[in-house]
Design a protein around this ligand. Structure first.
Ligand code: SIB
Ligand code: ZN
Length: 446
């Protein structure tokens, strides 16, 4: 078994205090300049401009000087193990890309490949400030173990393509249920599970209904790809007489809390229905641009009251896992396509990557903003760099001038997982070498 974690020097400090930093709480209002944050165990217990007084007694002190602290970013759609396929097939249309390049190679993936790819994804996400992510893939026990060891927060789903015999469908559904029973609530509650038929075009209706039933029985949410391309929507109408939103609604999916990825091709009625049913959307701008799928109607969805969050999708269609890039794209492309420079302002774009991300994964009472009572999922960015000056507007700088490479420290659930741009729990060198070797093996077998 691949050993990905470092032999840990366990310095379990249960109480720590960031002294004199700038805090972007994402709880609305202006950043707190020269403030203090105290964490005890896994939670924030204090955040304000005033000195914490006795609350800081016995706390390990961390200087906040030159750093901007914000909630960890939340990536609401992806396929972590696909980091192994980064750069393997670019500049293609979705169906051709999936059917002729990606799926044939994925068919050879072993559990060890998934583990290696997920470990590489964990390093990459943490170093770019992502503290929670949604993952839909196969061999999910491996991903769950990586999440546990990396110290990340994961909402995991055994994704299932149903273009196979009924016996195979049954086996996949059983695997998804077994995975949920084994892992939901594990890793000190950092792992949660969703039920996930891959897409309406890869899962027959009766199969999707079985997933909905399982989600009811296990009291779990649903996750799927939906309306990513125009061709897929047309196909859905040809096959089932309705567009994907109505199709999934009829199959009962939206009777469960649901997160749909992409939602690029929607009409007004569909946006209204998603809002009415409380369906959350994972907007994946880089993937949608690269595969030329189109541009989702994010401003319209936000206006209608749909929860819109951000996802990178897999590294084969992005090609990185940096949510800061998605934030910036979101703040830019919707202005470009609408001709309205007020569309998705910088602060709103940041909310998609934090507060709305937390809402989309049903954890907004725990993560997505910095305030007392919340889990300590915190990112510190180095703002002592030229692109953060002059200090006109830190929110603007973060979105329009900064990027994920500015991340210096990261904590998840109160534990420091990145220190001075280095993962504390993962062996970065070994993970990179393993991923390279795994790709060699996969591709030379073709
Ligand atoms: N092989 C699994 C299903 C895996 S679910 C995750 C799937 O999503 C695929 N995928 C990645 N990006 C996209 C996308 O943008 N749209 C649709 N599918 C995607 C990915 O290649 C992978 O096959 C089975 O046993 O049925
Ligand atoms: Zn996807």
């Amino acid at each position: 078994m691949l050993i990905i974690w470092k032999r840990m020097r366990i310095t379990m400090t249960t109480k720590w205090w960031i002294e004199g930093g700038t805090f972007l709480t994402m709880d609305d209002g202006q950043p707190i300049v020269n403030g203090h944050l105290v964490v005890e165990g896994s939670r924030i217990v204090y955040l304000a401009e005033a000195h914490p007084g006795a609350l800081a007694d016995g706390a390990e002190r961390i200087s906040g000087s030159g750093l901007l602290f914000m909630p960890g970013l939340i990536n609401t759609h992806g396929h972590a193990a696909m980091t192994l396929l980064r750069g393997y097939a670019d500049d293609m249309v979705l169906q051709d890309w999936l059917q002729n390049k990606i799926w044939p190679l994925e068919a050879r993936f072993t559990a060890e490949d998934v583990r290696a790819g997920a470990a590489l994804a964990a390093v990459e996400m943490l170093k770019r400030g992502t503290t929670a992510f949604v993952d839909m893939y196969d061999h999910m026990d491996e991903v769950a173990q990586v999440v546990e060891q990396a110290g990340l927060r994961g909402v995991l789903a055994r994704g299932v393509i149903g273009l196979c015999s009924e016996a195979e469908q049954r086996a996949k559904l059983e695997d998804a249920i077994r995975f949920a029973r084994d892992w939901h609530g594990k890793a000190d509650g950092r792992i949660r599970v969703m039920m996930s038929p891959h897409a309406p075009y890869t899962c027959p209706p009766a199969f999707i209904e079985q997933f909905v039933q399982a989600a009811h029985d296990l009291d779990l949410p649903m996750h799927t790809h939906m309306s990513e391309t125009a061709a897929e929507v047309e196909q859905n109408v040809r096959d089932y007489g309705v567009r994907p939103v109505e199709h999934l609604d009829r199959l009962g999916m939206f009777s469960r809390p649901t997160l749909v990825a992409h939602a690029v091709h929607l009409n007004d009625d569909e946006i209204a229905l998603l809002a009415e049913r409380g369906v959350a959307v994972s907007h994946n701008p880089a993937s949608n641009l690269k595969l030329a799928s189109g541009v989702a109607r994010v401003p319209d969805m936000l206006r209608a009251g749909v929860t819109v969050s951000l996802g990178t999708d897999g590294a084969a269609s992005n090609n990185n896992l940096d949510v800061f890039d998605e934030i910036r794209l979101t703040a830019l492309i919707h202005k470009g396509v609408s001709g309205d420079p007020t569309a998705v302002p910088a602060y709103e774009a940041l909310k998609l990557g934090t507060v709305y991300g937390a809402k989309a994964i049903w954890q907004s009472d725990e993560i997505g903003s910095l305030k007392p009572g919340m889990r300590a999922d915190i990112v510190a960015l180095d703002i002592d760099q030229p692109h953060y000056y002059p200090r006109t507007d830190l929110i603007s700088h973060l979105v329009y001038a900064g990027n994920g490479r500015d991340v210096k420290h990261v904590w998840v659930d109160g534990v420091q997982v990145v220190r001075n741009r280095t993962c504390t729990r993962l062996d970065e060198e070994r993970i990179a070498a393993e991923a390279a070797a795994r790709f060699e093996r996969l591709s030379s077998a073709t």
